[in-house]
Ligand binder design. Structure first.
Ligand SMILES: *Cc1c(COP(=O)(O)O)cnc(C)c1O
Length: 501
């Protein structure tokens, strides 16, 4: 069956997957959604014992129906290779109480965004070929830290692409900066700007809209594109690992075929948990999708009350990748519960932009019964890291800890005993300072951790927990600096031209 895509704002329909991937955002400002969700019409038993790539193919081919088998397999083979530090790609780690951590952090930047950003460049270049686009694709990104590095790692040395990343020179952590400025690959360019993240973001948006600049690029055989998280090419690869985790549980005899599981996802932009929802819609036996938030609990409140309200204080927490008040991917779910009514969906999104809030009806709320929201404050997050280390000798990062803490609270209040998969979104070595702090009372942690730099903290974490420092951290420790350009935000377009021509 052919799957086509349409915009949540009603302006486009009948769009093939490859075009949706190339465009990223629809012309009317909406997000692309599949017109129907394909069925997972293959027995789950058949998927047991199969490698990650095989399952990724079975899931993705049902969504990206205008890609040939050969094209899609090529993309998957290029993405899920030895850039990952384990051949399993996304191993499951069992802890007590019928709970498994799905480790999504074995890629180049030791966080879950690698799962999608390692394949997106190949999906994009394949999509370009299919649509007779001969221009080289130029990815432009403004980053506050992590996404920039994950995009750089994904696009580095991918033929037919260039990538330019802007970051606030004085607004990222030393390790984040080091990760980016040591990036290899002739097609990569990393530039610091003297302003803050918003300045960088605004200037990038302006470049996307600058017709004169586009014209100039087109003459030289380039076109801009974006790798941001609302691209359907980032969402679809994420569905695969939920199906994979189910097949793994089946293979281990932990569940019976058809038995329902719960899934807990530490959530920011709502992309990862939406992928789990799509897996459920395909027919994966999932009972409850538990949406875990930190103190920026706008989604917890939404699932409880039916009102989404961003008019609140923005809190900086120890799980920074979840510090978000506008979860962009939620729009896809809102569109669905509005019965695919684009007008109603647009009205809500406009209300959110202009007034800062919107509500859904009781009937719409009824349709969200498979979701359950929960949150953990920073104390609970710290305690969860300590608790799981004490009981299981297993080290988790702060984001995963938010999910694990919410999982525990959900179990206590609901008495729901179902086997549960927790999406583990970052290596503890990515948020070392918070993790070491959480373990302070359990292990021999010196008093002076405030004075240690991130590499010294990694050594310390390795020593006290007996876990190995990931290759990604070791590599940047000694890597030479390859990018040292710094410009004012107003000079960003010129910097892009200097790199390209
Ligand atoms: C991006 C990110 C999240 C949030 O994922 P969404 O898809 O935006 O909800 C959670 N944890 C980590 C470590 C992340 O990098």
């Amino acid at each position: 069956m052919q799957i086509l895509y349409k915009s949540t704002r009603g302006g486009e329909e009948g769009v093939p997957a490859s075009r949706a991937i190339l465009k990223g955002l629809a012309s009317d400002g909406g997000l692309y959604v599949p017109e129907t969700i394909p069925e997972l019409d293959i027995s789950l038993e058949e998927l047991t014992g199969k490698p990650y790539r095989h399952i990724a193919f079975e899931v993705m081919r049902r969504f990206l129906t205008d890609f040939t088998e050969e094209e899609l397999k090529h993309c998957i083979d290029c993405a899920y290779d030895d850039k990952f530090d384990t051949p399993e790609i996304a191993p499951l780690h069992r802890t007590g109480e019928n709970t498994w951590f799905l480790e999504l952090y074995h890629g180049a930047t030791i966080a879950f965004k690698d799962m999608a950003l390692s394949i997106l460049p190949y999906l994009m270049t394949t999509a370009a070929k299919k649509n007779s686009v001969t221009d080289e694709i130029v990815i432009l990104t403004a980053t506050s830290g992590d996404t920039g590095k994950a995009a750089l790692a994904g696009f580095a040395d991918v033929p037919g692409t260039r990538i330019v990343v802007f970051y606030p020179k004085y607004g990222v952590s030393p390790v984040q900066e080091k990760q980016m400025v040591t990036q290899k690959g002739d097609n990569t360019c990393v530039i610091g700007i003297t302003g803050n993240f918003d300045d960088a973001q605004t200037a990038v948006k302006k470049m996307f809209e600058d017709r004169e600049l586009s014209q100039k690029l087109a003459e030289k055989g380039f076109r801009f594109s974006s790798a941001n998280s609302i691209n359907i090419g980032r969402l679809v690869p994420q569905i695969a690992y939920y199906v994979w985790s189910y097949a793994k549980l089946l293979e281990q005899g932990a569940i019976r075929c058809g038995e329902e599981i719960n899934i807990v996802v530490p959530t920011g932009n709502f992309g990862n948990i939406l992928a789990a929802y799509y897996a459920k819609q395909m027919g994966l036996p999932v009972h409850t999708l538990i949406c875990a938030s930190n103190e920026n609990k706008v989604l917890f409140d939404f699932f409880r009350t039916g009102t989404y309200d961003r008019r609140r204080e923005f809190i900086l927490t120890s799980s920074p990748s979840m510090d978000i008040l506008i979860s962009s991917n939620l729009e896809r779910l809102i569109y669905k519960i509005c019965g695919d009514n684009a007008e109603e969906c647009s009205a809500k999104m406009n209300a959110l932009r202009n007034e800062g809030w919107y509500s859904i009806t009781e009937e719409q709320k009824e349709q969200l019964k498979s979701f359950c929201g929960g949150y953990c404050d920073q104390n609970e997050t710290e305690q969860t890291i300590a608790h799981i280390y004490m009981e299981e000798k297993y080290v988790i990062d702060t984001h995963t800890a938010v999910a694990a803490g919410v999982c525990r609270k959900y179990r206590e209040s609901s008495k729901d005993p179902r086997p549960t998969v927790i999406a583990s979104t970052a290596s503890p070595y990515k948020f070392t300072r918070s993790v070491v702090k959480a373990l302070k009372n359990l292990a021999e942690v010196p008093e002076n951790i405030e004075e240690l730099d991130d590499f010294e903290l990694a050594d310390l974490l390795s020593r006290i927990t007996g876990t190995a420092i990931p290759k990604a951290v070791e590599e940047i420790r000694i890597a030479p600096i390859l990018h040292d350009k710094v410009v004012d935000a107003s000079d960003m377009p010129q910097a892009v031209c200097d790199f390209l021509f």
